[in-house]
Design a protein around this ligand. Structure first.
Ligand code: NAD
Length: 520
């Protein structure tokens, strides 16, 4: 998998980490093209979720440091916006090559800090890499429109110009893919950027920033700050920041949406989810079972597009034995183990929260078909592991159904008919994704038309579109008007300007007209 074109990153002397007498190493800031150590007094530990080992710590960026990062981005903007789009694209071409050459290193870092299996971490990087590849075509993506002769001697054209300084705030669950959803599109459009990675797993974003510099991104075009609420609020409030991209929970997302947009910024927030699968009795049994297991338990259920609820038309009983058998065959282990199917969840708090939601389901009448809460992984006894868990007879009013669990828990529900199943899904407040499993084209077409979810799968469990489309979560899973990547992503990071020009021989003397110009 490793390309011979570029040498892999050396993490031993990684310039984004400050190794000193004091361990653990401190993650640096990236300001104006330099990886600098923060002067902050307060830090947050980055913990390996399989071992509880503190692998690094991030600083709570000070207000002055934040200001310096925004200033660096503002200073870099005029030169960068006037850099030809072909030059900006060429940096992305180089960047994709460097990412490819460092896939394994990036994946290793993700597994250490986030916990997912190495193979899954590799996919995390790859899905981000595809956005970089997409940004390589920015000349076409950013193209304007032209109508000649809208009136005599008059033409109108529109161009898409960069906004200025943009910012991104990231969640923990895709440490590479989500930063790559944001800054490659933004900077290739001609913006400069301030990125705040998740405080739980910043390493991949730092390595990606280092590679972006190596690819030729000029100083100040990409800056990185660390922290939690305070730095996020600074991003929402700073006058120089024109647009904010956020991915994460609804609590943080709605706060950021209201605060940043009240300050006049453009905001896009991708948020929580409760993704349903509807299974019709005519579905291909083997393929459907595999899809439910993979999408329910992959990444330990910590994907925003994880299938967390399976609605069986006619009831789940005929499917349960086989679901249990396949779920039990999954290997729960440290993500570094070659046989691991799922690794730990991100933190002890996350594990406790998942266990409590499962317990609340049982107490309100759900039937536990497979319980993974007490799992112990040999050699990793301190890890935040939760084994695959299946809860049946789940009802819409249960806490475990209403809340996003974000763990390896698949809820099984019963519907009387396809209409009934669609109504269950549509009543849920979230609208990230929904899938149907059926061999009936008529049912699939009805589902596609009537379902209220932004990303629809037909015999596809995780229908995350490739970057030439957009990531189109809806309802409570998204706030804003323009989605991430695809055409909408370019629109989000650009301001449209429409120019009307008149070039014609001097017209014969006419009387001055004060009426509204019209085209005749
Ligand atoms: P989170 O909201 O806790 O954190 C996301 C970011 O917001 C972090 O950088 C964090 O520092 C910051 N933050 C958290 N609380 C804040 C607050 N009160 N004020 C200001 N900033 C705050 O989310 P997470 O736990 O890292 O990620 C998991 C969530 O992200 C899940 O809900 C998942 O569904 C969602 N997610 C959604 C998508 C999508 O595309 N819809 C993709 C990935 C993850």
């Amino acid at each position: 998998r490793r390309s011979p074109m570029a040498a892999p990153l050396s993490t031993a002397a990684a310039s984004w980490l400050a190794e000193g007498a004091s361990s653990p190493p401190r993650v640096r800031l990236l300001i104006g093209g330099e990886f600098v150590e923060s002067r902050a007094n307060e830090h947050v530990d980055v913990t390996n979720p399989a071992t509880q080992e503190v692998v690094s710590r991030i600083p709570l960026t000070t207000a002055d440091e934040f200001k310096a990062a925004v200033d660096a981005a503002r200073t870099a903007f005029p030169g960068w916006r006037s850099t030809p789009v072909t030059t900006r694209q060429r940096i992305m071409f180089k960047y994709q090559e460097l990412i490819r050459a460092n896939m394994d290193k990036l994946a290793e870092n993700i597994t250490t800090e986030q916990g997912k299996t190495l193979k899954d971490a590799w996919g995390d990087v790859f899905r981000g890499l595809e956005v970089v590849e997409h940004a390589c075509g920015m000349g076409s993506l950013q193209m304007g429109e032209y109508v000649s002769n809208v009136s005599h001697g008059i033409d109108t054209f529109s161009i898409r110009e960069p906004l200025g300084v943009c910012a991104g705030i990231c969640p923990f669950n895709f440490p590479a893919m989500i930063p790559l959803w944001m800054f490659p599109i933004a900077v290739t459009c001609g913006n400069t950027f301030v990125l705040k990675p998740s405080e739980k797993d910043p390493g991949a974003a730092m390595m990606l920033a280092e590679l972006a510099m190596e690819a030729g991104l000029p100083k100040g075009v990409l800056n990185i700050v660390h922290g939690t609420h305070d730095v996020v609020n600074n991003i929402c409030d700073d006058e120089a920041i024109k647009a904010v991209s956020f991915v994460g929970s609804n609590t943080a997302g709605m706060h950021i949406y209201s605060r940043a947009s009240a300050n006049g910024k453009r905001v896009q927030c991708n948020m929580g989810a409760k993704n349903h699968a509807i299974i019709l009795p005519d579905a291909d049994r083997d393929a459907t079972l595999n899809a439910l297991i993979a999408a329910g338990f992959g990444a330990a259920g910590q994907r925003c597009m994880a299938l967390s609820t399976a609605v069986f038309v006619g009831g789940s009983e005929p499917w349960e034995d086989e679901l249990v058998k396949r779920a039990k065959s999954l290997v729960v282990n440290s993500g570094t183990a070659s046989d691991a199917d799922l690794g730990p969840v991100i933190s002890r708090q996350a594990k406790d929260r998942i266990s409590k939601l499962v317990q609340s389901g049982i107490e309100s009448g759900a039937r536990i078909v497979l319980d993974g809460r007490e799992i112990v992984v040999p050699d990793f006894e301190d890890g935040n592991f939760v084994g695959p868990t299946l809860l049946a007879d789940v009802k819409s009013d249960m806490e475990c159904y209403k809340e996003e669990i974000f763990g390896p828990v698949l809820l099984l529900m019963k519907a009387e008919s396809l209409d009934d199943a669609i109504q269950i899904v549509n009543r849920n407040k979230y609208g990230n994704g929904a899938s149907i499993f059926t061999t009936s084209g008529v049912s699939a077409r009805k589902f596609q038309t009537d379902i209220e979810a932004g990303q629809v799968g037909i015999n596809v469990p995780i229908p995350v579109p490739l970057p030439f489309f957009s990531f189109t979560g809806s309802k409570a899973s998204f706030a804003g008007d323009l989605n991430f990547y695809g055409k909408a992503g370019v629109q989000f990071f650009t301001q449209i300007k429409t120019i009307t020009q008149q070039w014609k021989e001097s017209p014969a003397q006419q009387r001055v007209s004060l009426s509204m110009p019209t085209s005749q």
